[in-house]
Design a protein around this ligand. Structure first.
Ligand code: AMP
Length: 418
């Protein structure tokens, strides 16, 4: 049975909390962006305020073995500072029995990087490149077997389980999903997870209409499932960024050197057909800011998107396309945005993406519900100082994408299931 932090009695209880402390570190192991740590604080502080103690667990990076570079010891001081209590550190997440048992109400313990163990992800490691299918199968079976012990051990430290790591909710890992089974009556979402789930429901389940999705980014292939799911749900679908050129080429346009995927052209046409059948308004670029090289300082010129010369490539949305999109955005009641509409990492080609961020802030001020997800889109609203001027900024890139593909995320299902 799912519980709720606000009504759960944490007095004298130990809560094991899965957070996403996978923060970027510089070469001196200093945190360069602590957003993920700060966003987990409301949940962690609440447990302590309500008389509980904390066993905090996370991954950091993608280590394939114990590797000091990916140790969570680098962030202990910062977590202590944010939490307002000294956080203890368990150097091995599988040997924290004594430290966990000694925790008193109001105290906190951070476990070492869970991914130092293959069992967290449940995938075999160290297989020879030429391993046979049989060997691969056996290794997979062995790690799935030892994963049970791994999860059981983590669960043994605590009385209740909280999942507040939306960034890994799409993974069926030990600490993100499997552990929940040990706490059938004492499992719950943290505030961050709850916020993310509500935000996605506000768009996919309870949207005020008109509902508009703005999908950008590099490739149709990486967002095909997203487009296919959304085309059945939205009123307007704005398709921008690199993926737009595949649509234009499929429609017979001449796109010069622009990024595109020939093999995805039939899918692009299918999406357009479905949209037509369902009465969904699809808005592609009309003109595009082009460059002659994938370089910030390359000369820029605007071309009709159907007639880009052979030696030019589309790199950002043009004022004419942005004007069309702004009208759609400002007449929408719910807007989902994922993916840049240009090469955002090159400042001279970031204008379109920054303009979308501005339009979303304006729509929010007019009463629309706006949800922003994906690395570049989040960076754009943050860079413009609009993170507080949109309704919700998602912390999970891959998890958010899978959710808007319409998938049930294992980390969410594990808490909701009885
Ligand atoms: P994604 O990870 O799918 O959201 O894609 C993000 C990437 O899309 C960024 O690195 C952008 O540079 C890239 N992108 C957006 N528009 C274009 C474009 N017109 N040409 C090439 N890459 C693009």
């Amino acid at each position: 049975m799912q519980q709720y932090i606000d009504s759960y009695d944490f007095t004298g209880k130990k809560a094991i909390v899965r957070v996403d402390f996978n923060v970027p570190l510089d070469e001196n192991f200093k945190i360069t962006d602590d957003t993920r740590i700060r966003r987990a604080m409301p949940t962690l502080k609440k447990v302590l305020e309500k008389g509980g103690s904390l066993i905090i667990m996370s991954h950091l990076g993608r280590p394939k073995k114990v590797d000091p570079k990916f140790s969570l010891k680098h962030i202990v001081d910062h977590v202590s500072e944010c939490l307002g209590v000294p956080v203890q550190f368990a150097e091995d997440c599988m040997k924290a029995d004594a430290q966990a048992a000694a925790l008193k109400p109001g105290e906190a313990l951070l476990l070492e990087n869970l991914r130092f163990y293959a069992e967290e992800e449940g995938k075999p490691r160290g297989l020879a490149e030429d391993a046979s299918e049989e060997e691969k199968k056996a290794a997979k079976k062995a790690v799935k077997e030892s994963q049970k012990e791994f999860v059981k051990k983590l669960a043994s430290y605590a009385d209740c389980y909280i999942n507040d790591a939306f960034g890994t909710a799409h993974r069926a890992h030990g600490s993100t999903a499997l552990i929940a089974a040990y706490f059938p009556n004492d499992k719950m979402f943290g505030y961050l997870m709850e916020g993310e789930i509500k935000a996605i429901d506000n768009v996919l389940k309870n949207a005020q209409r008109p509902l508009t999705a703005i999908i950008g980014g590099s490739k149709v292939s990486s967002k095909l499932a997203v487009l296919k799911n959304l085309v059945g749900k939205v009123d307007n679908l704005i398709i921008g960024g690199g993926m737009g050129y595949t649509f234009i080429k499929a429609l017979g346009g001449h796109i010069g050197l622009s990024l595109h995927e020939d093999d995805l052209m039939p899918d692009a046409l299918e999406i357009l057909n479905t949209a037509k059948e369902k009465g969904v308004n699809v808005s592609l670029s009309v003109a595009t800011v082009c460059g002659q090289a994938f370089d910030n300082d390359t000369p820029q010129k605007i071309f009709d998107i159907y007639n880009i010369p052979d030696d030019w490539e589309g790199m950002d949305a043009s004022p004419a396309s942005l004007e069309n999109w702004k009208k759609i955005i400002l007449s929408s009641k719910t807007i989902l945005w994922n993916g840049p509409v240009g090469v955002f990492e090159l400042p001279n080609f970031a204008k379109g993406t920054l303009q979308i961020a501005e339009d979303l802030a304006e729509a929010t001020a007019k009463g629309a519900y706006t949800l922003v997800g994906g690395g570049d889109s989040v960076a754009a609203v943050t860079q413009m100082g609009y993170a507080d001027k949109v309704s919700y900024v998602s912390t999970g890139g891959g998890a958010m994408l899978e959710a808007i593909e319409g998938k049930i995320l294992p980390g969410i299902a594990a808490i909701q299931e009885d």
